[in-house]
Design a protein around this ligand. Structure first.
Ligand SMILES: *Cc1c(COP(=O)(O)O)cnc(C)c1O
Length: 420
């Protein structure tokens, strides 16, 4: 086998990779609420020789020889995850958030069982019962809505939906909900209808890890998450649970729904958890929230409406129903000035999911770049002006220039000798 530098071995892939580095570093303000930039140490673990090994099974109980160092790594990751989240047990093998949810459901449910999840257009994820997803196909999902008045999840609505559907499991945790999740309230509802409670903290796990969002334990029975959003690690998923469910969770991941774990990803997850236990991570998580508040101020002071009137976490959801622009058009207008966001349904949206009346804007990635309240408030103002005046060419140029000044002022990997 001939070892070569990627640039020599495969110039086409290498070129695309270089172009992507350039894009991430210099070409836009990354404000997609689910994205982030991982530190070099995570990239290093991910791009390592750990990818060479089959390790089906769990530490001490593998189906292959030669797994001792992999056991060390997986044990470290599991122990760190349990410590960070206050869980009895962690399974860090799920390849993604969706895989984590698949295994979590099948650990305690059988196909056809009843589950209650949020209305997808009110902040839920595809794996929370959508018809195009396995979840909607294999389980009998009912939904609970966001309250039309408060634009938050309220006990009365959830209890009513739960009494009507009589679920075996209730799912909370969202992709586009700007408010704190009230786990005690969900527990009360679950107890009332004798259901298990699962929370999918994919978006907020970085905040939870730092104590900047209430912990889902002890109220929840099972907690799933991604490891690449606000927690800023390798792409992947994880399941946390109480002791009682540990065996069933492990069986539902392997052998029920996955084969060999991606050990390089597991190592990168361990490294990410190590980062999440450092005091700097608490500062980062606190800053994410302060930045979201500053962003909200910039948007609202300049005339835009936010779903629920603000934010408690890392994102805002702009409600464009009173504006002359759809979510789709706003996303495109902002992309033209190199501000990268995504269109998103608002609760009770009259538009289709392809068009929408909202945009979702998050602060984790810019917080990682080092931006603080002044920058985020200014970006909020620029977003509001752009969305309100999409035809103004002079304004477009002004904003785009300022965006590129900010990108220069807050470099990403430039000075850190990252090998990518
Ligand atoms: C992102 C997300 C997921 C899915 O994660 P993937 O790794 O993309 O499969 C699941 N649940 C919620 C709430 C999410 O936001």
């Amino acid at each position: 086998m001939k070892h070569q530098d990627l640039s020599d071995a495969d110039p086409e892939v290498h070129k695309a990779l270089e172009n992507e580095m350039e894009r991430q570093e210099k070409e836009g303000l990354e404000m997609i609420a689910s994205e982030n930039f991982v530190p070099r140490q995570v990239l290093q673990a991910q791009g390592s020789i750990l990818t060479n090994k089959y390790c089906e099974g769990y530490p001490g109980k593998r189906y292959y020889a030669g797994c001792e160092h992999h056991d060390t790594i997986e044990d470290l990751a599991r122990e760190r995850a349990c410590e960070i989240f206050g869980a009895d047990h962690a399974n860090i093998q799920p390849h993604s958030g969706s895989q984590a949810n698949f295994a979590a459901y099948f650990s305690v449910l059988e196909a056809g069982d009843k589950v209650l999840g949020p209305v997808l257009a009110h902040g839920g994820h595809l794996t929370h019962g959508h018809g195009v997803n396995f979840s909607g196909d294999l389980f009998d999902f009912g939904t609970y809505p966001i309250n039309k008045e408060t634009e938050e999840f309220e006990k009365e609505d959830i209890l009513e939906a739960a009494r009507e559907h009589d679920p075996d499991l209730i799912v909370c945790g969202y992709s586009a909900y700007p408010r704190e999740i009230d786990f005690e309230m969900f527990r009360e509802v679950a107890d009332e209808v004798d259901a298990l409670l699962m929370c999918d903290i994919a978006h907020i796990s970085g905040l939870v890890a730092a104590g900047e969002h209430e912990s889902p334990f002890p109220e929840c029975d099972i907690v799933t998450t991604t490891t690449h959003k606000s927690i800023r690690g390798a792409r992947g998923g994880m399941i946390l649970c109480k002791d009682k469910y540990a065996k069933d969770i492990d069986k539902a991941v392997f052998p029920y729904s996955q084969g060999g774990p991606l050990m390089h990803q597991l190592a990168a997850k361990a490294v990410c958890f190590n980062e999440a236990m450092k005091p700097e991570f608490e500062d980062y998580a606190r800053q994410i929230k302060e930045n979201a508040e500053a962003l909200a101020k910039g948007l609202q002071d300049n005339g835009l409406k936010l779903v629920s009137g603000g934010t408690d976490n890392h994102l805002v959801l702009v409600d464009l129903r009173d504006e002359d622009i759809t979510g789709k058009e706003a996303e495109a207008a902002l992309e033209e000035v190199d501000i990268i966001v995504n269109k998103n349904m608002v609760p009770y949206d009259p538009e289709s999911p392809r068009v929408t009346s909202g945009v979702r804007i998050g602060t984790p990635a810019l917080t990682t770049r080092g931006m603080e309240e002044d920058e985020l408030e200014e970006i909020g103002e620029m977003i509001a002006e752009r969305v309100k005046n999409p035809g103004d060419g002079k304004l477009e140029e002004e904003i785009n220039n300022r965006v590129h000044e900010l990108l220069k002022e807050f470099p990403l990997y430039e000075d850190s000798e990252v090998e990518y």
